[in-house]
Design a protein around this ligand. Structure first.
Ligand SMILES: [Fe+2]
Length: 287
């Protein structure tokens, strides 16, 4: 099976022209790549994984106190079996926690679990991901591509989400942990090194292995960036399959970098990030 390319974060930050040219070509076919030498504190990552286990180990009633009805899953806890990939009927086998911006007070405030020690590390990781995401967008803004908005500015104090996901040990041999879907946001940054199972589909329809090592981050293009780049950058369908390890729980921590809600995504000027996101949360049954 093919693999996705690995790029050094230092080359991205330095805007290395060979790397940027290679990356532009790659991302037109498959919008996934791996970043090594990144700036996220590895001790912090370990801590957040341990906080994630503490959260999902809590009794359902405790977790459910942090489920806000009518918030479309934007903050706090969303139970197992609600989110359903676009055009799918069977809900994904996962429960998750959403932590958002602490700097944009026009957005919904975060919830804090009093039962879990060191919960505030989620905000620290959010902030480090936001900084890293901004560097990736700066590199992308050097591509020979016309964007419909100022890419880097669009995500300053954006409506981003740090998501902690728990895929429980599967029962009944259901292989698909997260069914094929594309991400709605600008870019997704995903901590590597956890259990195998993530695959992306290139334009020829091949499923490409995306798992990476500890210390690496997987980056992929979302639908909003595909629209903002006038379809030059590809938002790639991906899925999580259990790869024979379905009897073990899987934890995953993606960061979804979003623009501010008022940012206009398309050339015609009639599609804001807020409008696009609202439609998607309805489509995936979070609303
Ligand atoms: Fe995804």
């Amino acid at each position: 099976m093919q693999k996705i390319p690995t790029i050094s974060f230092n080359d991205l930050k330095d805007r290395n022209s060979d790397v940027l040219e290679f990356l532009t070509k790659t991302l037109e076919n498959n919008g996934f790549f791996i970043i090594n030498d990144h700036s996220i504190d590895t001790k912090l990552i370990e801590k957040v994984f341990s906080v994630a286990e503490d959260i999902f180990d809590l009794p359902y009633e405790t977790k459910y106190k942090y489920h806000i009805k009518g918030s479309n899953g934007a903050r706090g806890y969303t139970p197992y079996g609600i989110e359903t990939a676009l055009n799918e009927k069977v809900a994904d086998q996962k429960e998750f926690w959403h932590q958002g911006s602490t700097t944009n007070n026009t957005l919904l405030p975060n919830l804090y679990m009093e039962e879990v020690k060191d919960f505030e590390v989620l905000d620290t990781l959010y902030s480090q991901f936001e900084t890293m995401g901004s560097e990736v967008l700066k590199a992308f803004s050097n591509f020979d591509i016309e964007y419909n908005a100022d890419l880097v500015d669009s995500a300053v104090d954006g409506n981003s989400i740090l998501r902690l996901i728990h895929y429980p040990a599967a029962e009944g041999g259901n292989e698909q942990r997260a069914r094929a879907h594309s991400d709605v946001n600008l870019i997704t940054l995903l901590i590597g090194g956890n259990a195998a199972g993530l695959e992306a589909q290139d334009k020829q329809g091949n499923w490409v292995e995306c798992s990476c090592n500890v210390g690496e981050i997987i980056c992929n293009i979302g639908d909003m960036l595909q629209i903002m780049s006038n379809e030059k950058l590809t938002s790639t369908p991906h899925r999580v399959i259990s790869k024979g390890n379905e009897n073990k729980a899987r934890y995953s921590i993606p960061f979804f970098l979003h623009p501010r809600p008022e940012i206009i995504l398309n050339k015609e000027g009639d599609l804001t990030a807020e409008k696009f996101l609202d439609k998607r949360v309805r489509d995936i049954k979070l609303k």
